[in-house]
Design a protein. Structure first.
Length: 213
């Protein structure tokens, strides 16, 4: 797979997000390779976005978001699962695009094995439905945080991304991000979820659950 140069990713996440749709994200390690065709993403825009991890500035956890575009930002969330993001924009911006869902196009058996190992199973079309399942199917962990697309992670895993054919993104829809609470969850202000219509791997929309005081 031919990964674009880092400059291709160094754009506003609202521009990059739809360009990731239909593209193929691949991770290969000693167990084998799994690749997903990206069907759903969410844009996060740093200091301009109260829903972004980077909204309040750089921390040890989100440092990769402040690096150059074209890298993997992987984090552990809710004490349950990892999530994979593609860093966007120039260094210092704190921008990124969450890979919410994809269709497994390579390594389906390995992806299913990884899902089953976590006591989860799913039809083949839903192996990578939801950000936690994307990371699990790919085998991504915190060791992958900071890996360059077209390069290797600290654990030796190789990452690549091949955009969909054509100079413009495929037909897509937009709407509110899933499970984002507070001002960043304002559907009118932040309709920053992008997805390919008619794809079974795309998440069902859920608003953020209100926390009890």
């Amino acid at each position: 797979m031919a990964t674009p140069s880092p400059a291709w990713f160094e754009r506003d996440p609202l521009e990059l997000a739809p360009l990731l749709l239909g593209g193929v994200l691949r991770r290969a390690d000693a167990e084998g390779a799994v690749a997903v065709r990206v069907t759903e993403v969410e844009a996060y825009r740093g200091a301009d976005d109260p829903g972004a991890h980077s909204f309040r500035g750089r921390t040890a956890r989100n440092a990769t978001m402040f690096g150059p575009g074209g890298h993997v930002y992987c984090y552990f969330t809710y004490g349950m699962h990892h999530a994979v993001n593609v860093v966007a924009g120039p260094a210092g911006s704190g921008w990124g695009v969450l890979v919410r869902a994809g269709a497994v196009v390579e390594g389906a058996e390995l992806a299913l094995e990884r899902r089953s190992a976590r006591r989860a199973s799913a039809p083949s079309g839903e192996l990578a439905r939801g950000p936690g399942n994307v990371a699990q199917a790919l085998g991504a962990t915190l060791a992958d945080d900071g890996a360059a697309l077209g390069g290797a992670a600290s654990d030796g895993a190789a990452w690549s991304f091949e955009p969909a054919a054509g100079s413009s993104p495929p037909a897509f829809r937009t709407g509110p991000r899933v499970g984002v609470s507070g001002p960043g969850g304002d559907a009118a202000a932040f309709p920053w979820r992008f997805w390919l219509p008619g794809e079974p791997s795309v998440s069902a929309y859920r608003a953020a659950a209100r926390r009890r005081r």
